[in-house]
Design a protein around this ligand. Sequence first.
Ligand code: DOR
Ligand code: ZN
Length: 429
Amino acid sequence: MSSTSVLIRRGHVIDPANNIDRPMDILLREGRVAAIVEPGGIKSDYDEDFDAHHLIVAPGFIDLHVHLREPGQQHKETIATGTQAAAAGGFTSVCAMPNTAPVNDTPDVTTWMLQPDRGAVVNVFPVAAATVGSSGEKLTNFRDLQRAGAVAVSDDGKPILDDNLMREVLRTAARLELPVVQHAEDPRMHPGASMNYGANSLRMGLRGMPNTSESSIVLRDIRLTRESRAHLHVAHISTAEALEAVRRAKKENLRVTAEVTPHHFTLLDENIGHYDTNFKMNPPLRSAADRDAMIAGLKDGTLDCIATDHAPHAYHEKEQEFDRAPFGIIGLETALPIAITVLHEHFEIPLLRVVQLMSTNPARLFQLMHRGTLAVGAFADVTIFDPKLRWKYQAATGYSKSKNTPFDGWDFTGKVMATIVGGKPVYLA
Ligand code: DOR
Ligand code: ZN
């Protein structure tokens, strides 16, 4: 399948953007979708074919929130290894957060990340820092960063705390139609915290982050969004209170969107067990009530998309006392299997909704044109998966340079079988 035209035949196509949820054949030619027709309907020539019988054929998945660690932290991940992990997870596009070293706060860094020498195997869309060095003092040059290829601005890893600065970020971004991605946390409320605040943090003797740390920032940001008409995108939302604030903002027709990670709709703070740092991330795993709220938000549309917050860290960095280890877990290779196992199999959410959450909606949120759809003329980014295959995930065999995941050894239903970017296969199971 390395040729210029590929026929994907006998698959079940799910393309929510075009209301397609039935068997179709798809012809990819010269990097675009050339035709999508009833099974057996392609009469023209093609170089190769892929038999997708019993498989789902979907527009390529798009992850709005990954940490690729380049430049500067190549011992954790590189753009090459991170995008290989993305391909194995069915992601054809990833948005790379700016908390690199140096921070992606200049067009030079953005441009460098996009150079072919980085060896990316899927599309990379940089998210630029909103403030210089992400230090929350002075705005970066949004226009220049956008021209260099940035698709959104964020100080992810840190919140933009100052009201006036956040107001300025939203106003400036609104003029350029750039989404503002906020890491909603008020660390002034919980210095030194390493997990969720509650019965479990008290039992474990660790300082905790209360839900209000997240919801107070989300409420403040919604208020500022009302003034600016900007697009506020809440990163990795984790609490019932913040979710309810987003629900109300949507009813008000504000441009407020939100993503949730697979771990926040699957795991609880009580799963941390014996101080296992592979369960340490920010925002932290929350209570059952919060997890249930995330499932409700995925069902009712309050949550717009699933994003992994893929945050690789080296073994020696995670191998420390719980409160000293860095926040973050990898997630690119487990996102679809978790979505199928937890959302589809257990909570009976239709696969169409899963595809919407992983492809259609993320493309729309960051205005990634001609992606998140299999319409004729769209980029030939395609994810083919088996929704029924049962398998055991083993982090050691993964493509990411890092192995920090709480899902090692889990039994999943649903597996990516092929990932095609621009008409070329970049992963085959
Ligand atoms: O767990 C996290 N890890 N949360 C963040 O906000 C940052 C990320 C990282 O860069 O490691
Ligand atoms: Zn974050």
